[in-house]
Structures are given as structure tokens and as C-alpha cells.
Design a protein around this ligand. Structure first.
Ligand code: AMP
Length: 492
């Protein structure tokens, strides 16, 4: 399928070509025709799936550019507001459709002036409600989009949203996008959408297939060592490390900085300006590692994040989906890595079930294994390096006093010195240990159910689970339980 199959206006089609989009993404294929037919929709789509174009292109195609505000897009955060505005600006500029961005923390006057000239307003709920209630802006949009609706409810914006809708025309087309569909979202949909068409994504599609998901089991005290070892091993171009608390963010930033990484923290207490500067540094490569809390990373849109690390598992499954969705964007591949302690294995299994995904169990590479892989990388790099005249001159000078073989050994040692992998040799649990713990966790879940008094489950969960687990334990013991030799390790 091509974008031309949607029969969009020439100016919109040209903007799509200029943006370099070759073919519509799945959510675009589903949503664009339905929106063009005038339907309300409720779509499950995460950031990175092309959802902005999925609603932006068809509504812009239907706009008249008559100088009034024809479209309103409500988003949870300032970052997302700016990002959505940028994207819509690209699509609308040839059609003379101007965009205004409305969010808190900055002066009102300029935003109000912009709204007066705009065809589309992209706004966060708090400031938008302010402007509408005080009568500073009056708008009559035929198209209303709620973007990342679940985030808005998580952030406690339900009342603002309901209130905003009292200022909007009854005759309108409403589009709701949400990464997850909890009950609160369905209820809101019933109140604000009219006979909506649902764009359903099956559970397994709710996380991006471009993202490899792995988890590593470590003891609580090993988290820092494990993180540093994995960063050394994976060598991410850009990564985000998620923590649960602000103080953990600050602590990790200092720890990783002391280990020589280019790292910055992002948490909710930061001033908007400081936040923007930090995010820009991350986008432009001045910082390779971002340490963030869930709240701070909402709406964060950086396309080339190669790895997401969950230093702690998130509080709930939905946050897991949001976190890992920061990588594997715009068709690129990404890796999500989660550190768990033995007692958190049950939570990991629950997240897998909720999200409909499978995470692979991995074992943290030993210091020697990382060093070997660095040597392999080094050999490949040396083989691909161009010899420069300055290097020839340097070797000539050295040859006055040192023979050529010793020179090469010295240079190789010098480079390897910089790659020295720190920390103890083995970190975390081996595969057999992990498997045993998983069996126990599954078994104890069965026991919990029994305690909760479900008779049918008690029989099948108790006996069946017990037998299965017993068999596995036996095999594990026969095998080298807890053995940490590298042949038993599963590498990724
Ligand atoms: P979004 O989900 O709207 O945040 O989009 C994620 C990224 O994918 C943005 O950088 C878009 O410009 C890009 N994008 C959206 N649709 C397409 C497409 N059909 N082909 C290529 N890139 C796209």
C-alpha cells in the first residue's frame, strides 16, 4: 500500500514525500481511511508507530485553512506538544495550515497570539483549560485528538479533559490514541466519542517487534556492577536507564560519571529550560546515557536510542511498555534490558503475561568475556583503519630506540588500557539458578492461589505444578546447578 492510495491533496502528498515516508505504517493504514470517512476512532498505538501522521494527515487533508482553529490535539507533556507540533508543521506548511503550541510554564501572550493565527492547536491539558476558562481563547475545532490518553489519565488530567470538552463543539470528529486500554480509558471513550471505530492491535503487537527484550537476575547489591558491565558489553550508542526514584537517578548519574561515561539525569524537579538543554545534549550526542524516572521520560522522543535499561523493574506493566518503547523507534531495532532480583522474578513473569510478550533470560558476561569481545572489536577496528602520514612519522621516530614488534605491543597495550573492564569477574546468577528460581516462583504462585481458596485451581495448580517443578529441579541438580562456567551461559 502507498500513501497515494489515500488520495490526499497534492500539498499533503508532497509533504509526505518531502518527509521521506515511503509507505504507511500499520496504524496509518488502518486509521487514515477511517478518519477520512468521518469516523470517530479509538486506536491503540504507542509513540514511534507513526501515530502523529496517522491522525495529522487525514485531518489536515480535510481542513479548509480558513484562518480559524479547525483542529485541537491534546497531549500529556510539553515535550510531546512540541514534538507533535513540529511533525504537524511539516505536513501542513504547503497547505498553509499553521500550528500553535500551548503549554504551561511560559508566558501566555505569545501563545494566545499564535492560537489566533493557527489552524491547529497542540496543547497540554492544564494550560488549555486555563485559557478556555478565562476566555483568553475561543476555539471551535471540528477535529479533536486526544494523544497518549492513558498517560494523561495517569498524570491525573481526567477532570481537566472532561472540563475542556465542555468548551468544545458537540458536532466534531474525535480521535483517541492510547498505548494501553485500561478501563478508565474505555469509560472516557464512551463519554467523548460517537460510535467510534476501534483500531485493535493484538496483544503480541502491543510491544514493538523491533525490540529485543532480555532480563538478567542479580542480587540487590549487584545492580550497579551489573549495569556497568552490561553497558561495557553492549556498547550502546545512546541509552536510557530507568529508575523508580529521583534520588536513585542522582546517585546513578554520579556513579556512572565516575566510571567515565557521558551521562545526564532527567527527573520531574528540573526546570523546563534545564530539561530542554539536557534533552538537546542527548539528541545531539553530547551525552550518551540518560538516567530518568518514568514521569520525567514521558513524551521523550529521541529516535536513535539503541538500548533501554530498567535498573529497577517498573511499578506496573503499562510503564514497562512505555519505557521500552523509547527504543526500536521509526523502524530501527532496539534492546530492552531489565535487571531483576530473585524475589522480583514473579513480577517479571506477570509483566510478560500482561503485556503478551516474552523476555529472554540472559546471564551477565564475565569480565573476561567482555574483554574478549572488546579485543574482537579492536581487531576489526584496526583492520579497517586508514594509515596516516602522522602515524608513519611517529613509528619512524619510535624506531630509533625500540624495535617494531615491541612498538606494536606497546601501542596495543595502550589502547587496551583504555578499555580495561572493571569490577568482579562474575556478576549475577547463572542460567540453571535462574531456571530453578522461576520454577519456584511459578510453584509459589500456585500455592498462593490455593490459599485464596479456588478449589479447581488448587488441584491442578498444586499437583500439576508441584510435579512439573519437582522434575525440573531434579534435572537442574543433575546438571551443574549454579555452575558458572561460560559454556553454560547463554550469550545474546
Ligand atoms: P510517532 O509515532 O508519530 O511519534 O512517529 C515516530 C517517528 O516515525 C517520527 O519521527 C515520524 O516522522 C516517523 N514516521 C511516521 N510515519 C512514518 C512512515 N510512514 N514512514 C517513515 N517514518 C515515519
Amino acid at each position: 500500500m502507498n500513501f497515494s492510495d489515500f488520495n490526499l491533496k497534492d500539498t499533503i502528498q508532497q509533504a509526505i514525500t518531502d518527509a521521506g515516508f515511503k509507505e504507511p505504517s500499520p496504524v496509518q493504514k488502518d486509521a487514515i481511511p477511517l478518519i477520512l470517512e468521518g469516523n470517530d476512532i479509538i486506536a491503540q498505538a504507542q509513540t514511534g508507530t507513526g501515530k502523529t501522521a496517522a491522525f495529522g494527515l487525514p485531518i489536515m487533508n480535510m481542513m479548509k485553512a480558513d484562518g480559524s482553529v479547525e483542529g485541537l490535539v491534546i497531549v500529556p507533556t510539553r515535550e510531546l506538544a512540541m514534538q507533535v507540533s513540529d511533525e504537524l508543521f511539516r505536513f501542513g506548511k504547503l497547505s498553509n495550515l499553521k500550528t500553535a503550541t500551548v503549554y504551561g510554564g511560559t508566558a501566555y501572550t505569545r501563545q494566545i497570539d499564535r492560537v489566533k493565527q493557527a489552524s491547529i492547536v497542540v496543547a497540554t491539558p492544564g494550560r488549555l483549560q486555563d485559557l478556555l476558562m478565562s476566555g483568553k481563547i475561543k476555539i471551535n475545532p471540528q477535529f479533536v485528538v486526544l494523544d497518549e490518553a492513558d498517560e494523561m489519565l495517569d498524570m491525573g488530567f481526567l477532570d481537566e479533559i472532561k472540563n475542556i470538552f465542555t468548551f468544545l463543539p458537540k458536532e466534531r470528529q474525535t480521535l483517541m490514541f492510547s498505548a494501553t486500554m485500561p478501563n478508565a480509558i474505555r469509560k472516557l471513550a464512551q463519554q467523548i466519542l460517537k460510535d467510534p471505530k476501534t483500531i485493535a492491535i493484538t496483544k503480541s503487537e502491543s510491544t514493538n517487534e523491533n525490540i529485543t527484550q532480555n532480563y538478567y537476575v542479580v542480587q540487590e547489591r549487584e545492580r550497579d556492577d551489573a549495569l556497568v558491565r552490561l553497558i561495557d558489553y553492549k556498547n550502546p550508542d545512546k541509552c536510557i536507564i530507568f529508575c523508580r526514584m529521583k534520588k536513585e537517578v542522582d546517585r546513578l548519574v554520579s556513579h556512572l560519571t565516575s566510571q567515565g561515561f557521558k551521562v545526564s539525569g532527567l527527573h520531574g524537579d528540573m526546570e523546563q529550560r534545564q530539561r530542554e538543554v539536557t534533552i538537546r545534549a542527548f539528541k545531539q550526542g553530547g551525552v550518551d546515557i540518560f538516567v530518568a524516572t518514568d514521569v520525567a521520560a514521558r513524551g521523550l522522543d529521541v529516535n536513535d536510542v539503541t538500548h533501554v535499561f530498567n535498573y529497577h523493574i517498573p511499578f506496573d506493566s503499562e510503564s514497562y511498555v512505555h519505557r521500552i518503547g523509547r527504543t526500536g523507534r521509526a523502524g530501527k531495532t532496539g534492546e530492552a534490558i531489565t535487571l531483576v532480583t530473585p524475589s522480583e522474578l514473579r513480577t517479571i513473569k506477570r509483566i510478560e503475561k500482561d503485556v503478551g510478550t516474552t523476555m529472554a533470560t540472559q546471564v551477565i558476561p564475565t569480565r573476561q568475556e567482555v574483554q574478549n569481545s572488546k579485543s574482537d572489536e579492536l581487531i576489526a577496528k584496526i583492520a579497517g583503519t586508514q594509515v596516516t602520514q602522522r602515524a608513519i612519522d611517529l613509528v619512524k621516530t619510535l624506531q630509533h630506540d625500540i624495535d617494531i614488534v615491541t612498538i606494536s605491543h606497546l601501542l596495543a597495550s595502550m589502547i587496551q588500557e583504555e578499555q580495561n573492564i572493571k569490577g568482579k569477574d562474575s556478576i549475577g546468577l547463572g542460567l540453571e539458578e535462574i531456571e530453578l528460581l522461576i520454577q519456584r516462583a511459578v510453584q509459589s504462585r500456585g500455592n498462593d492461589r490455593n490459599r485464596n481458596g479456588n478449589g479447581r485451581r488448587r488441584r491442578s495448580g498444586g499437583n500439576g505444578g508441584g510435579n512439573r517443578s519437582g522434575g525440573r529441579e531434579g534435572r537442574n541438580r543433575d546438571g551443574h546447578r549454579g555452575s558458572r562456567n561460560s559454556s553454560s551461559r547463554q550469550r545474546d
